[in-house]
Design a protein around this ligand. Structure first.
Ligand code: PRP
Ligand code: URA
Length: 209
């Protein structure tokens, strides 16, 4: 069963409080989403293996450490996942970025696929799927289905806010995928929105309605 990690770092929780607030405008929402994504990426990459390297400093030779050849891939689920990419790339600039385009049909709440473009060597990469919201779980489950069909093996899911219903569905559908969150909320409402959540993440990021 995939593990669920909720990051309780004070900076993450502080910034999340601002983006939940309905008074927070598009500019701040976008900046804070990227900042939270970067902080979460910092925590997620804590276990990356290191290799020892010799470096000549201006004073002497030093035994130093570098990340040991792990190839990373960031896979935002369009559109709202895009709002997390820059914050992660600031820390991991060499990561490749793939895109899975899905929108949730407002009546059926089922994901509808409209675009997929993934790194060629996806099977060799450690992949982080990013989307601010895990509500019913339908979009993230389908995105990972699409990725697995193209060879993806090593997958983590990173979301800002999740509903327990979506986490449960994800654990059933993809039990090997660990889930990283900034918050686990109470429930879904009758329209499939996370309660208390932060509203429609895509609309708030891009200023659409
Ligand atoms: C939102 C969100 C997730 C999905 C979550 O996207 O960004 O992708 O809904 O809901 P689910 O877990 O019930 O599938 P939306 O469909 O609104 O598209 P957008 O990102 O283009 O705004
Ligand atoms: N998608 C969102 O953007 N917000 C929700 O609360 C649920 C799905």
């Amino acid at each position: 069963m995939g593990k669920v990690y909720v990051f309780d770092h004070p900076l993450i929780q502080h910034k999340l409080t601002y983006i939940r607030n309905k008074e927070t405008g598009t500019k701040e929402f976008r900046e804070l989403t990227n900042e939270i994504a970067g902080l979460m990426a910092f925590e997620i990459t804590r276990e990356l293996p290191l290799k020892e390297v010799d470096v000549e400093t201006p004073v002497a030779m030093a035994k130093c450490h570098m990340i040991a050849g792990k190839k990373l891939g960031i896979i935002p689920i369009l559109r709202a996942g895009l709002g997390m990419v820059d914050g992660i790339l600031e820390l991991i600039p060499a990561a490749k970025v793939g895109h899975v385009g899905l929108y949730r049909d407002p009546d059926t709440l089922k994901p509808v696929e409209y675009y997929v473009k993934l790194p060629k060597d996806i099977e060799e990469r450690e992949l982080i799927v990013v989307d601010p919201m895990l509500a019913t779980g339908g979009s993230a489950i389908e995105a990972i289905n699409v990725m697995k069909k193209r060879g993806a093996k090593n997958i983590k899911l990173m979301c800002l806010v999740a509903a327990p219903e979506g986490v449960e569905e994800m654990q059933k559908a993809h039990p090997e995928v660990d889930i990283y969150l900034a918050a686990m909320d109470e429930k879904l409402n009758e329209k499939g929105y996370i309660v208390p959540g932060l509203g429609d993440a895509g609309d708030r990021l891009f200023g659409t309605k």
